[in-house]
Ligand binder design. Structure first.
Ligand SMILES: [Zn+2]
Length: 452
């Protein structure tokens, strides 16, 4: 254990720990997976101070150190949801239509309500509370066109000391007038939000053009200019989700080589840029994502719900040009807050692609892989000294069926498979953010209640 940098007290979690020190798609599972039975995770000042065998670390802890013991559980890094729309909570499960019809019919009417900051605050509370119940400790979040929808989310996330990335949607065409900004007002509002929020505590701002069809060339130009002026910000958008959308983009931007090239031309590719879906990409687009260090957010529950298509994870992670990939819930087109459910659906999509996804690889995608996609893997996504202490505790016996099934498990891989097949929010025993217990399934959540 490192010497404490301060006299501040530490807290420790005891249990089986599973984390990743690298990318199993690139380095292989043996080199990247770290599994320690009966380990201790020691936290201090919001960071991980030490991780190692409990028998070794316990004698070195101050006698009064609080220790939370989690038997029959896995302690993992908190989940990272790399793509989600918090304003769409009120339309989860609105019957599946193709993307462009779904936007018109459900999404645009729902998003208009966020002109009212009180509605935005109520939904932000619900959204962040659900994240905690599901072990999600970081996310990249779309707000609406209204700047106050960002204020509402960041105000509450700041109270939770959550590492959250979010931004005001930019859209100046092909939407109801009440949801449209202009190239100039979108630029001005985003710049003001960056000044107000980016780098405050653990918050990061994402420049957020909704998707190419909803942004005029002038607006994409302004978004690119904004990123050049604030290069440490994030960029998030959508890419190649649905065939009709891809055709529409070709009509709207006839000079672009392909969909990704639209964003490229406006300077919107690079580190900390993340694009949701990327289902119908050509080889040039994968290569360009790799070369520019642009990430993809794979959102299987949404892709299945809207019938968008099957993401080709094996193609995205091809060894000679691996692309950064994280998992996203993509609520409200996504159908679950649970990253366990999302991992399970990613596994099914991979099966349909004839390229099975191992449970450990799926867990990587929802933890360190998501952090890597956001270029935040030096701070979150794994359990190691110096990392921020964002943790999820996953109960392997959360339901009677899981408890019975786990009795027949004879490997870690099989335990993970059962966890992601049968698990959901009930399997999240606890969620710790920056070393503070924010969700305790069995004993209430007094600290969180004050914030939410
Ligand atoms: Zn989306």
């Amino acid at each position: 254990m490192t010497q404490p940098a301060s006299d501040s007290p530490c807290t420790a979690l005891r249990g089986d720990v599973l984390s990743f020190r690298g990318d199993p798609f690139v380095d292989g599972l043996d080199a990247s997976l770290q599994y320690e039975r009966d380990a201790l995770v020691v936290m201090r000042d919001g960071q991980i101070d030490a991780i190692g065998p409990a028998a070794e670390l316990l004698p070195r802890l101050p006698a009064d150190t609080p220790i939370e013991h989690y038997p029959h559980a896995l302690i993992t890094a908190g989940f990272v949801d790399t793509h989600v729309h918090y304003p769409q909570l009120p339309i989860i499960g609105a019957r599946g239509l193709p993307l462009l019809d779904w936007l018109e019919r459900y999404t645009f009417p729902a998003e208009q309500a966020y002109a009212d900051i009180n509605h935005a605050r109520a939904m932000a509370r619900l959204y962040l509370g659900e994240n905690l119940r599901n072990g999600i400790t970081s996310a990249a979040v779309f707000c609406t066109v209204h700047p106050q929808s960002v204020d509402a989310l960041f105000e509450i996330a700041q109270g939770l000391d959550m590492r959250l990335v979010a931004g005001k949607v930019l859209m100046d065409r092909h939407a109801p007038p009440a949801l449209c900004d202009t190239a100039q007002s979108g630029y001005d509002d985003s710049a003001a939000l960056i000044a107000r929020w980016h780098g405050q505590g653990r918050l990061g701002y994402a420049i957020t053009p909704r998707f190419a069809p909803s942004c005029s060339p002038a607006q994409l130009e302004a978004a690119g200019a904004l990123w050049r002026e604030h290069p440490d910000c994030f960029v998030q958008s959508h890419l190649s989700e649905n065939r009709a959308e891809v055709d529409w983009v070709r009509e709207l931007f006839p000079d672009a080589r392909d969909y990704l090239d639209v964003y490229d031309r406006f300077g919107l590719l690079g580190p900390r840029a993340i694009y949701a879906h990327g289902i119908h990409l050509c080889e040039r687009e994968y290569g360009r994502c790799h070369d520019s260090d642009t990430a993809l957010a794979h959102c299987p529950t949404s892709n299945l719900f809207l019938g968008s298509g099957l993401f080709d994870l094996a193609a995205a992670k091809r060894a000679e040009r691996p692309v950064r990939v994280g998992l996203g819930t993509d609520l409200g087109a996504g159908t679950s807050f649970s990253m366990l459910r999302t991992m399970d659906e990613a596994g099914k999509v991979a099966q349909l692609r004839d390229a099975p996804l191992s449970p450990a690889h799926a867990l990587y995608l929802s933890t360190r892989g998501g952090a890597h996609a956001l270029h935040l893997d030096d701070r979150i996504g794994s359990i190691a000294p110096g990392m921020e202490a964002d943790l999820a505790v996953l109960d392997l016996r959360a339901t009677p069926l899981m408890a019975a099934r786990m009795q027949h498990v004879d490997s870690l891989d099989e335990a993970l498979a059962v966890l992601m097949t049968l698990g959901d929010d009930r399997a999240v025993r606890a969620t710790w953010i920056a070393g503070i217990l924010r969700h305790d399934r069995d004993h209430g959540e007094p600290v969180t209640r004050r914030v939410l």
